[in-house]
Design a protein around this ligand. Sequence first.
Ligand code: ADP
Length: 256
Amino acid sequence: MSLAAENVRFAYNGRPVLGDVSLALTPGRVTAILGINGAGKTTLLRCLGGLVRPGRGCVRLGGRDLREFSRREAARAIAYVPQSQQAERLTVFEAVLLGRRPHMGLRPGRRDLARVEAVLGALHLADLAFRRLDELSGGESQKTAIARALAQEPDALLLDEPTASLDLKNTLEVFDIVRAAVTANGVAAAAVLHDLSQAMRFADDFVLLAAGRIKARVDRAGLTPEIVREVYGVEVALGEVGGHPVAAPLRVADAA
Ligand code: ADP
């Protein structure tokens, strides 16, 4: 199901952060949201996830305004994984089971438990299932939050810097499992990413945000050194190593 922002404006205490942003996340594709610190990426993700209401414009899931969704409907349809997780006294198992809550009755059914088990297995979290969240490393808790989102089987998946605390192996595992879910279930996914090589490897579409506005929306071929320089103020070389796209930052660009 497509998730779309239409002419979204957002301000914190009267200070505009997003100005007239329109974009649509396509089912079965991953959109990378790129841009420098403070560009408005997290705010855009929070608007798309229904965590904050745009001052103007609207967000639509499958063509329907999010404001018409009940809390439970929205919680079932959209999964949002924030940058950092709160260390709660839940176990990993309980935290991932929370992803099933909008789907289940008072108690989890067989399908809920099977889904939780499958996700814990796929992300190699089974050994940590009964550890408490406040006893996990940053990477382990990030993986747990992603596991919870995948257990939810959402229509739209929003990830804010999903690999920031992950080592190389966990990064690739998370990308693979997210990609598998996106492809198998036609999930419309977006991820805020800082590493351009990772973004090019993981994402299909790229939205470049600058000062709360969309500078460019391109596919992989359209992500050029010129656009990167314009948005990040950095000269990069884009190439390929071992069949994978790589972005090498060269130097800070001269001011235009
Ligand atoms: P990005 O994710 O691209 O780094 P953010 O969306 O987090 O950008 O922030 C965009 C702007 O909004 C920044 O200038 C930031 O300081 C400001 N901002 C973010 N969150 C809040 C908040 N809760 N209250 C006030 N200003 C905020």
